[in-house]
Design a protein. Sequence first.
Length: 495
Amino acid sequence: MTGLAGKGIAAAKWSAVLTVARFMLQLVAQVFLARLLGPDNYGIFGMGLIVFLLSTFLTEFGFGMYLLQRPTVRDEDIRFVFSWQILIGAIASLVIFLSAPWVAAYFQDARVIPVLQWMSLGALLNAAGALATVLLYRDLNFRAIGLIELGSYFLGFLCVGTTLALYGFGVTTLVAAWLTQALTKLVALKLIRPHVWRPLFRHPDSALIFSTGRKVFSTQLLTWVLSNLDRVIIGRLLSAHAVGVYNIGFNLASTAGSLFLNALAPAFLSSGARVDQDTARLGPVYLQVLASIWIFITPAFVMLAFLSNDIVLILYGDEWGAAGLVLCALFATAPALLTLGLSTPILWNTGRGQDETWLQIPIVLLAVPALILAARHGIATVAWTVGGISVLRAFVVSTAACRLVGLTLRQVLPQLLRGAGLCVLVVVAAIASESLASMAGSRLASISLTCVLPVVLVVALSILRPAVLGDAATAMALRIMPRLARWLPVRETAG
């Protein structure tokens, strides 16, 4: 294993550990705050967050991609990028503040105005910390990134958030917690990864930097539309309460997947940027990534979808019961977003990043009328529509990525079929065990018993017949946990 590969695997291991820790922390804080605040407050906060997320893409403006792809980074590169990020962040902050009444008018709820005005400060805070985050990514220092995310979330939501919620501050609780997290993260980033602050607005490669930024931003803008269009439509056609219920299901389904994605995608991108057009190395690794998602992760999400209603009722209570239907749809289709997220770096590493935008424009045109129609039938229908859109996006982008790195249908299809077979096994086992679990008399016991049989069967099958997993998925498992070689033999493959 090369030094770069070893460093990437070590970074991925740290990311995995800290990802699990952050997921558990977020789950505890979210459950506690959701029970105290209720769907309406979460809906108002969610409406403001939709707009803010758009500003995040604007303030970063794709400059990080330029720095990640540079063999070396000089002080003048850092000064130029930082100066423009601060300027754009300040403008974005002002625009968000001034546009708050118009956003509230769209959602037909005046309570969004103060929420969005306070959140406008976050645009400047995020702009100030974006460069330090990119530099940590370049260093493959995912331990520091993970610890910063973990610590800032703990201080913001578990300390500040729960305290204010107990005193009845309503939606202000979420805004204050969110701003505390952003400020804490900024301070930690500047202490751990300091850099020069002197402004510089001219650069010899400014044309290339802004060209890269425009390409990345256009892709991120399209991603924002596809990722937030559901809540934009729900907020307009339904209510803040519906947005809150939908958000809980959406967040619970996507948190584990998105944290996994955010941990691994930069590692692949940063390492991949150094091998650039070397498809001989990218192809086998990408196949291992796809196989891991479909064979290891997808069956787990299918089992969670089977248990979604019980999960919501146990964690959040009857007030949030409608989120179970949302959670079921989004759990079932969450692996599509992982496939999409880990296919995107392949396009960028092979110089075809802009293809991601062009490939998904027709999907946006299809998504708008589909979601408007779905909203008329309730949030569960919206969730299944969103899941279908995610699957379509993943198919289009991953197909393009496979072609770029030379993967054929004959190589990819067996991985997909293996994952599908394991999913069928999980569903059959869950259905069979559910009837036995129903005699337990409690919902928590029912969930525990329903999980046992599918997990035992899949693990036993993997050990007794490791060929079921295939060499690609097994190779990725051994990269992360070499000790599994005792149970999971694999033939030598390239990459």
